[in-house]
Design a binder for this molecule. Structure first.
Ligand code: NAD
Length: 260
């Protein structure tokens, strides 16, 4: 058990990558807060964990809502005994050309990814610094933290921004033993990606099959999607790493789509 008795909070953990990370953390012995937009969705993942004998808590949290973030982190710390790991994972995707992108949709996406990362980080760092037992902050970046793609201006901008936030948190957190790192997955077949396939097909005037082959998986080494399990394994590795030797880094998990 690589995370025995650690307390983790995972945002966007009712679905996809966040859910898989929460399940993996629980298997590794962590107590996990499932933070998501509504109680029913958060409770569903939490009950999957408790059914297997783990400890989990569903927390209502819109990561763009300062009061909800502060209250959710506070409630988690109180119920589970502090905060050791934050996975800032909640996210959405909106695809449109820059020239047509509505400002409101730009701001919504940027806010969920960047304001959400900032607010959850700030709330969790307060606990980590006070507790004096170190901590690990993990941001869910993307290959789009390193690379651009058409139709994804706010997403690519936000994902690049997370790398900047991570670098600052790594430097500020070091004296408290708090590490910060970014995971950069390739395409993972979650609801976020399933929704994108028909949208990209329409924007690019191609079939959905071609979107998968010619856009999503074209540059991978083996034509395969990254899986939620692949990303969760990286999240366990970062969370369990025992020292400041591994901080301020970003790790691409993408079947070789992006090779540095
Ligand atoms: P998903 O749609 O399956 O899950 C996203 C979760 O975030 C949902 O449960 C949703 O309710 C929650 N969420 C959305 N807005 C929120 C908010 N304001 N506050 C709290 N929760 C909110 O998507 P996913 O693919 O699992 O994506 C998770 C993260 O992984 C995102 O940051 C995404 O950008 C990133 N990512 C995904 C892929 C991919 O291919 N799926 C690749 C790279 C990075």
């Amino acid at each position: 058990m690589r995370l025995k008795d650690k307390v983790a909070i995972v945002t966007g953990a009712a679905s996809g990558i966040g859910r898989e990370i929460a399940l993996a953390y629980a298997r590794e012995g962590a107590k996990v807060a499932i933070a998501d937009l509504n109680q029913a969705a958060a409770d569903k993942t939490a009950s999957e964990i408790t059914a297997k004998g783990g400890v989990a808590l569903g927390v209502v949290m819109d990561v763009t809502n300062e009061a909800q973030v502060d209250a959710g982190v506070e409630a988690t710390a109180k119920a589970l005994g502090g905060i050791d790991i934050l996975v800032s994972n909640a996210g959405i995707q909106i695809v449109k050309p820059v020239v047509e992108f509505p400002y409101a949709e730009w701001k919504k996406l940027i806010s969920i990814h960047l304001d959400g990362a900032f607010l959850t980080t700030r709330a969790c760092l307060k606990h980590m610094y006070k507790q004096g037992r170190g901590g690990s902050v993990i941001y869910m970046g993307s290959v789009h933290s390193k690379e651009g793609s058409p139709l994804k201006a706010p997403y690519v901008s936000a994902k690049h921004g997370l790398i900047g936030l991570c670098k600052v948190v790594a430097k500020e957190g070091a004296e408290h033993g708090v590490r910060a790192n970014v995971i950069c997955p390739g395409f993972v077949r979650t609801p976020l990606v399933e929704k994108q396939i028909p949208e990209l097909a329409a924007e690019n005037k191609m079939s959905e099959e071609d979107v998968v082959k010619k856009i999503m998986l074209k540059e991978t080494v083996d034509g395969e999607f990254t899986t939620t399990e692949d990303v969760a394994e990286a999240a366990v590795f970062f969370a369990g790493f025992p020292s400041n030797a591994l901080t301020g880094q970003s790790l691409v998990v993408s079947h070789g789509w992006f090779i540095q």
